[in-house]
Design a protein around this ligand. Structure first.
Ligand code: ADP
Ligand code: AMP
Length: 217
């Protein structure tokens, strides 16, 4: 099964992607994680992406399409994949269709997590991420047992630089302008599942399971 998970920053994509990837046995491909790794490692791509990410702007389409083309060509994606954070523009969605068509593949389901603006802001600004394993927490909604320490691996939790209230505003504007039009793109193709992402984590997971096992909207 080839799945996309969509939603504004803070909607819960990464949180739910971990569940889906585990239960459905498909690789979780997060373009945000891939870019953060490239920035940390100081690769040429990381150096190019860094400024855009710090400002909360989208990284240019040709860079992103290249990353995804390379990743989807790897063997572990043959039995399906879960893309998180890509596509984020209509040209990226069109490029993805082209990349998949080359190997006779297509998108089967798009899980759209719908969350209102006020809650998104609260979620993003309270997010904490494990430096070692990437697990995601929230200071209020999903706190670790011991503050600042990852429950899963004992790693150090940190706050993403782009999760400041100011940068989040730009990220949400980018989402409204460039990413939200993709909902119509996938609705027209009959693969979109809208899910109320404001519910507690376990309930959202249950709704996603139902969507992935049944017909789209
Ligand atoms: P995204 O990948 O869409 O940006 P995340 O999965 O990182 O979003 O979630 C953003 C923040 O909201 C994190 O701190 C996460 O722990 C928290 N969160 C995710 N889903 C829920 C939920 N259903 N209810 C409450 N908090 C949530
Ligand atoms: P995320 O981890 O999904 O919130 O992404 C963090 C940042 O990485 C975004 O604000 C963008 O700057 C960049 N990014 C991630 N995925 C994409 C994409 N598909 N297109 C453009 N920029 C992206």
């Amino acid at each position: 099964m080839n799945v996309l998970i969509m939603g504004a920053p803070g909607a819960g994509k990464g949180t739910q992607a971990a569940m889906i990837a585990g239960e459905f046995g498909i690789p979780h491909i997060s373009t945000g994680d891939a870019l953060r790794l490239a920035v940390d490692q100081g690769t040429a791509m990381g150096q190019l992406a860094k400024g855009y990410m710090e400002r909360g702007e989208l990284v240019p389409d040709d860079v992103m399409n290249g990353i995804v083309r390379e990743r989807l060509g790897q063997d572990d994606c043959r039995g399906g994949f879960l893309l998180d954070g890509f596509p984020r523009t209509v040209p990226q969605a069109e490029a993805l269709d082209g990349i998949l068509a080359e190997s006779g593949r297509k998108i089967d389901r798009v899980v759209y997590l719908d969350v209102d603006r006020e809650l998104l802001l609260e979620r993003v600004t309270g997010r904490r991420v494990c430096r070692s394993c990437g697990a995601t927490y929230h200071v209020r909604f999903h706190p670790p047992a011991k503050p600042g320490v990852c429950d899963k691996c004992g790693g150090e939790l940190y706050q993403r630089k782009d999760d400041s209230a100011e940068t989040v505003r730009t990220r949400l504007e980018e989402y409204d302008k460039k990413t939200a039009p993709l909902l119509a793109y996938y609705r027209e193709r009959g693969v979109l599942c809208r899910i109320d992402g404001a519910k507690p984590i376990a309930e959202v997971s249950e709704d996603i399971r139902r969507c992935l096992r049944g017909p789209a909207e």
